[in-house]
Design a protein around this ligand. Sequence first.
Ligand SMILES: [Zn+2]
Length: 292
Amino acid sequence: MGYDYAALCRDIEKLNEKYDMTDIFSIGKSVMGKDIYCIKTGNGKKRLFIGGAYHGLEYLTSLFLMRFIDRYIRLSSNGSDFFGFDTDSIYNAVTMFIVPMVNPDGVDIAVNGLDINNPYHRRLTETAGIHEFSHVWQANARGVDINHNFDADWKMTVPYPSPTKYGGKHPGSEPETRAVTGFIQKSGIDMLIAFHSQGGEIYYGFMEPDDMISLPVAKKLADISGYDLALPCGTASYGGCKDWFVKEFKKPGFTVEMGRGKNPLPENMIDDVFWDNAKIILCAANELMHSA
Ligand SMILES: [Zn+2]
């Protein structure tokens, strides 16, 4: 049980039928050929990129983002407030590009396991030495950890394909990574939020504790959500999407570790995490709206 790619596709279809305020498109394909969907909503000049499920076990982030989009569109179309944020103004000032499942193969492997007849099964059992895939799988279908595959202080700590933390042969070696970087490079993104689970923490910037581009916003996001402000150290600090974005564009970038517990966080935790994380997105969008 878990929010897999098929569940995401069903929700995307429903969203598409329900509202004409979204534009839904694919930014590229996964190793196994699944479309990596992006949902665009809003009319503003400022552009906010939001990604989820970079890691297989973290599919609660995808479910959260789909629920968030639904409620955000509903409230902004009524001109209603959302935690005191003026959704109508945000909608007209900020365009959101939301990629709810960056790593759809990883999610499916974590949720459903890998059939013994799947060609990737043999490859991964040989290279990663793994026989039981569900409940451990964070990487993509080639055993590369997408959030260690971005070009930002990339290094090889795990030397071979693995359920987690193998950064690939070189930065950007994986199609999921290139789908995200390619899209961001051509889209003029002004701010980025990458959702992971778990820990109840917000990481900001890249390698600089006093990063005055990300830190002031990060403090507000921590305040409004009750999450801890954190600086990455050790293996969490290289090759991530947010790291690459901040390094490349010198713009604010955040990693949010949603919820507290053990991955995979159960789907019924969605109501617990929804409000804190919805506030994080709205607060970030509101800051972006008021930025120069
Ligand atoms: Zn993660």
